[in-house]
Write a protein that binds this ligand. Structure first.
Ligand code: GTP
Ligand code: MG
Length: 154
C-alpha cells in the first residue's frame, strides 16, 4: 500500500498539536507505520530539504526544523500522499482552508527566517520513499489493522 512521510514540525510539537494531528490521520482511515520524536542536526535537515537548497528561505527553513524536536511518521493507505497533503492544507497558512491542519492551526509562515506551518507531508510517492528511507533507515513497522475491511473496498 502507498506510504507517505509526515513530520510534525517544531512549532506543532511545542504547541501540543501532536495528538490532534495523529488523530486526524487515524480517524481518516490511514495506518501508522512509523513514529518517533527526534531532534535532527543541520546536515540532516539540509538533506531532508535538499530539493529546496536554492531557495532564499532555505537556511531559515533549516534553522526552523532544527529549533526543536519534530515528530517523524510513516502513514499508509490508499492515496495517502495526495490525501495527506489535502489534510495538511496549502503551504502558506494564510491560504490554507479551514478544516485543514494548517488552516486550523497556523497563522504566519514568516518572511525568510521562520517557516512555521506546523507539519510536513511528502509531495509525491517517490519523495515519500526517499524521505522514509532517510528518516526511518530501520524501515517502517509492518503490521495490518484488523479494521482494514471496514474502511477499504479491498
Ligand atoms: P512541506 O510539506 O514542509 O514540504 O511544505 P510544502 O510541500 O507545502 O512546501 P515546500 O516543499 O514548497 O516548502 C517546504 C517548506 O519551506 C514549507 O512548508 C515552508 O515551511 C517553507 N517555505 C516554503 N515556501 C516558503 C516561502 O515562500 N517563505 C518562507 N519563509 N518559507 C517557505
Ligand atoms: Mg514540500
Amino acid at each position: 500500500a502507498e506510504q507517505t512521510f509526515i513530520m510534525i514540525k517544531p512549532d506543532g510539537v511545542q504547541r501540543g498539536l501532536v495528538g490532534e494531528i495523529i488523530s486526524r490521520f487515524e480517524k481518516k482511515g490511514f495506518f501508522l507505520k512509523g513514529l518517533k520524536l527526534i531532534s535532527v542536526d543541520r546536515s540532516f535537515a539540509e538533506r531532508h530539504y535538499s530539493d529546496l537548497s536554492a531557495k532564499p528561505f532555505f537556511s531559515g527553513l533549516v534553522d526552523y526544523i532544527i529549533s526543536g524536536p519534530v515528530v517523524a511518521m510513516v502513514w499508509e493507505g490508499k492515496n495517502v500522499v495526495t490525501t495527506g497533503r489535502k489534510i495538511i492544507g496549502a503551504t502558506n497558512p494564510a491560504e490554507s482552508a479551514p478544516g485543514t491542519i494548517r488552516g486550523d492551526f497556523a497563522i504566519d509562515i514568516g518572511r525568510s527566517l521562520c517557516n512555521r506551518n506546523v507539519i510536513h507531508g511528502s509531495d509525491s510517492v517517490e519523495s515519500g520513499r526517499k524521505e522514509i528511507a532517510l528518516w526511518f533507515p530501520e524501515g517502517p513497522v509492518a503490521w495490518s489493522s484488523s479494521v482494514h475491511p471496514w474502511i477499504y473496498e479491498n
